[in-house]
Unconditional design. Sequence first.
Length: 436
Amino acid sequence: MRDIESLEKLSIDPTEQVKTDDDMALPIPAAVKNGAAFSVESNRNSRRRVLVSKAFYYLCFGVSLISIVILVVLLASILVQGHTRLTPSLLTNAHSTSEPAESGMLPAILGSLAICAVCALSALPIGIGTAIFLEEFQPTTPWLRRLHGFLSLNIANLAGVPSIVYGLLGLSLFVFMFNAFGQIRVNETSGIELVGVERYYQVLTMAGGGNSALIRQTDPAQPTIVVTESIEAVDRQGEGFTLEVWDPKSGRAKPTDPEVLRRTVRKGQSGGAYAKTSWYYFRLPFGRSFLAAGLTLALVILPIVIIASQEALRSVPPSLREAAYGLGATKWQTVRSVSLPAAMPGIMTGAILAMGRAIGEAAPILVVLGATVAKNSGPQNLMDTVVTMPVLIFHWAGDPKVTYQQLAAAAIIVLLLVLLVMNALAIYLRHRFRTE
């Protein structure tokens, strides 16, 4: 190579003859000629490859730098806009239309946690179980193997379906249940109430101040009642008493004792339907409840959980399974004692990342629950509606008031911190299981 470069520097063609001191022309062998030409071309190609490699490196570095700069600018702008609203009241108060500066996101935090709990309890067991079946119990017959491949392909395709499509599916499947139990109407009892509810008529008493008596509802089709005679009733604490009736036309003096007034109503006083529910209140269909929202989000993350669990099970070395079989373990014993413990880091990581996506979803929640933000507390029962953090951010960000814009930025920071904690937990659990 050095000889060729020397000849190039001297402007001597290496393929020609070389003269000696005696002016005798010595022929250059053909092999040397071909080798010299190949070396020159190889040297040029090498320099070209180095230049292309450096150009590709700087291109990737530039694209990565642009992405990081955009992310930093977005985070900085959100922090600048919302840092003034990062106060304890943001985490302890509820949304307020009369005093925007006092608004908070406590009901939204509780609602998001409730929905994610339902989502995790329904999606993780089904997703992990499906992955175990698809990976560890693969069929041997040809038609079952084709069905297995068809299912695996469709699960992979479902992971790319937009979340709003799952919202529409949840609206039909969980909220209305295809009207199989009757059409849901506003302010009317519909469907089948299974457990956890007592129906009453609420009647205001003569004590005033919102004091009321509860009369047990005997006919669900009758939404109101008119009290004309004494009737058995209960108070809000469930203590029974006889509700007396005072007729102004009877000539009897109006009661003055506060205790008597709490147990007396005017003749002809009307009352509307009232439902006293327990935390385990359950009905069909689910209606616009956080239970329906949680099951809808379970449909969203189910393909993600299945795929992540499948990849984790595939990463288990076959030698571990073969060793278990060699010791006489059954298929289930091998899965329970060998495959699952070895794949648990990947399964846990995929599950937590899937829950991170669920807690940040807004489109399915808007379809199933609507843009509800007027909540002062978390869910009181399974059929209660809730407000979530993404929906509250969506509502605040769309309000033209500057205060709500700042609150939206502060809520985004809180949501990002929650996602950061979940991702950090996934990394920690993965490291913990691997070290063990």
